[in-house]
Design a protein around this ligand. Sequence first.
Ligand SMILES: N[C@@H](CCC(=O)N[C@@H](CS)C(=O)NCC(=O)O)C(=O)O
Length: 221
Amino acid sequence: MIKLCGFRLSNYHNKVLVALLEKGVLFEEDASVRPSQAEEYLAKSPMGKVPYLETPQGRLCESSVILEYLEDAYPERPLLPKAPFARGKVRELLAVLELHVELVARRLYPGVFFGAALDEATKQSVERDLAKGVRAFRALARFAPFVAGSELTIADCAAAQHLPLVSLATRLAFGRDVLADIPQVKPYLAMIEARPAFAQVKAWRKEAQEAAKAERPGAAR
Ligand SMILES: N[C@@H](CCC(=O)N[C@@H](CS)C(=O)NCC(=O)O)C(=O)O
C-alpha cells in the first residue's frame, strides 16, 4: 500500500493528504516524519523536505509530482479535468499559487512563525514579489465555485492549505493580509473547508498545532 510520509503541520503534506481522502485512495500515513539534511534522510527525500510518498515501486517526492502520480495511478475519482487545455489551466493556477505566492510568502515564515530575525530587505523583497504573484493568482483563479472552475481539482487541494497560511504570514509581517483584496477568498475557504475531507485535514492540522504548542510554548504556529 502507498504511504504518505511527513507531518500534519506541513501545508504540502496536507495538500497530498486531502487529495488522498477526496480520491478515496487506500493509504497509510507516517505523520512523524520531519524534514532533515541528514544523509539517511536525503536518501529518501533528496531535498530533505516533506512530504514524500512510498509506493510499491519506490519513493516519490515533490507534492505536485505526487498528485500527478495519484491521478495516473488512481483515475477513478479524478482531480483534473479530461480536456488537455482545461488540465493545463489547472496546472497553471497551481504553479502560480505555489511558485509566485506561497514560495514567496515562505521567506517570511522563519521570522513570523519561528522567532528568527526578519530584516527590512527581506520584507521589502517579499512584498514586491508577492504583489506580482497575488495579481497573477487573482487573474487566473475562478472561484466558480472551485478555485480553478466548476470541478474540484488538485488546485483546491493546494489552495485550501496555502491561502490561509499566506494570509496569516503577511498579516504578521506587514499588518495586512495580501489576499484581502480578493473578496472571493474567504467564502471560497468556508465552502471548501466544509467538505468532509478538507474539514478532516484541518482538524488534524489543529491537533498537530496544539501538540506542537505544548512541546514548544513560544512557537507562533
Ligand atoms: N516543493 C516542495 C515543498 C515542500 C516543502 O517546502 N516542505 C516543507 C515543509 S511544509 C519542508 O520540508 N521544509 C524543510 C526544508 O525546506 O528544508 C513540495 O511541493 O513538496
